[in-house]
Design a binder for this molecule. Structure first.
Ligand SMILES: [Mg+2]
Length: 405
């Protein structure tokens, strides 16, 4: 192998929202792309890449994906954390992209080939009031989705996670120099949400997979209560019931409910997932390919999960770029214990800036047959949409104290 990485570059672009992309070029003329977007902290990871990773990459053998991963992970000394792991993810994805292009194969073939014909997807439906929520769920079913996450407004609150009041649809990251402050009251939420999901289940019948996200806001006891209260709605999963930093807390939740649990979208390494998986405290592990060390590290996490019959279900909001979304679909097609892929969808501009081979139809995703990850970057178009500061909201309780958003 005489091929070497001859150039590495960070591309910041904002087609509808901010994305951080790493571009690697080889002496043989191949180009690989990776995603390092960390919503609201884009410049930190761009600097990590530009200042501390890009200078190390020139001259490396692009075929040595695992060695490069270990070099960046162990070589940093300060291991793990969202910024470090997103940067490593981007390098990992770009190297898998190059390996696929060098082989003339889609990445899923390099991962062992397809174990299924297509990857089940779920999307979001939300509305402030129940009648509109039922209409939204119906609209998602008409688009072909067989699995839908349902979120509704809460009486007495002005803002609720996952629910939009404006017609433009839900996009939590708002442009501006500081985060929007939302208000939150868990008691009001707990009083309201079981009746909403019961009504949605009654409306859609037994077959549609229904999901709901509590977005890290409950104590273990509240989570146990909610899981139990939602059992008649037969959820596919209840997501992020607690922040899960206290992983033992999930034991209490498990003792009280059979509602399936999904956690992990903010995790960035196998060590964040280990206790939840080996303790069989969750049913789905939600690490994102852009945030937890790329394809290479997600394969380790998913292999550990398989031992405990935990399924993979990666985070797929609009803030993971179409590059890492495509990588996630390659993993989905080739990972036996893959459960479902979140597909929030993208602004039309993001589809143009990142032309991709992956596709959605009839409720399922497929990564396509293009060599590599199958996602390119229209750099001229990307340059027309420069980075703009944008932040996820923060939440305060009704007494003014900060709580988990
Ligand atoms: Mg979530």
């Amino acid at each position: 192998m005489t091929d070497r990485i001859i150039a590495a570059e960070v591309i910041l672009t904002s087609p509808g929202r901010n994305y951080v992309t790493l571009k690697l070029q080889t002496a043989d003329g191949l180009v690989g792309y990776g995603d390092a977007t960390v919503n609201g902290r884009e410049l930190a990871v761009a600097s990590y890449l530009r200042d501390h990773v890009v200078p190390l990459l020139t001259g490396l053998d692009p075929a040595r994906i695992e060695d490069t991963w270990q070099y960046l992970y162990r070589g940093a000394y300060w291991r793990r954390g969202p910024i470090t792991m997103a940067a490593i993810s981007a390098v990992d994805l770009a190297l898998w992209d190059i390996k696929g292009k060098a082989a003339g194969m889609p990445v899923y073939q390099l991962l062992g080939g397809a174990v299924r014909d297509r990857v089940l997807a779920y999307t979001h439906a939300s509305a402030w009031e129940l009648p509109e929520l039922l209409d939204e769920v119906d609209a998602r079913r008409e688009e072909g989705f067989r699995a839908v996450r349902a979120q509704s407004g809460v009486p007495g609150l002005e803002t609720v996670y996952g629910v939009h009041r404006e017609a433009a649809g839900y996009e939590p990251a708002k442009r501006g120099a500081a985060p929007v402050v939302e208000s939150w009251d868990t008691d009001s939420y707990l009083r309201h949400v079981p009746s909403v999901l019961a009504a949605v289940r009654e409306h859609v019948g037994p077959e549609l997979a229904l999901l709901h996200d509590a977005h890290h806001r409950l104590t273990p006891q509240q989570a146990a209560r909610l899981g139990k209260a939602l059992e008649p709605a037969d959820l596919f999963w209840l997501e992020d019931v607690t922040p899960a930093e206290n992983q033992d807390a999930l034991r209490l939740v498990r003792q009280h409910t059979t509602t399936p649990l999904a956690i992990g979208e903010v995790f960035n390494s196998i060590y964040d997932c280990k206790d939840l998986i080996t303790g069989q405290l969750i049913d789905y592990i939600r690490v994102a390919v852009a945030h937890a060390g790329g394809i290479s590290h997600l394969r380790s996490i998913f292999a550990l999960a398989a031992v405990y019959q935990v399924k993979a279900a990666p985070h797929g909001p609009s803030d993971v770029s179409p590059v890492s979304f495509g990588a996630s679909v390659h993993l989905g097609l080739s990972t036996h214990n893959f459960g479902i892929q979140e597909y929030m969808g993208y602004d039309a501009l993001a589809h143009e800036v990142f032309p991709h081979a992956w596709s959605f139809s009839d409720g399922y995703l497929h990564p396509g047959e293009a060599p590599g990850l199958g996602v390119e970057v229209d750099e001229a178009l990307a340059a027309k949409f420069p980075y703009e500061p944008a932040y996820l909201p923060v939440a305060r309780r009704l007494d003014g104290s900060v709580t988990d958003w």
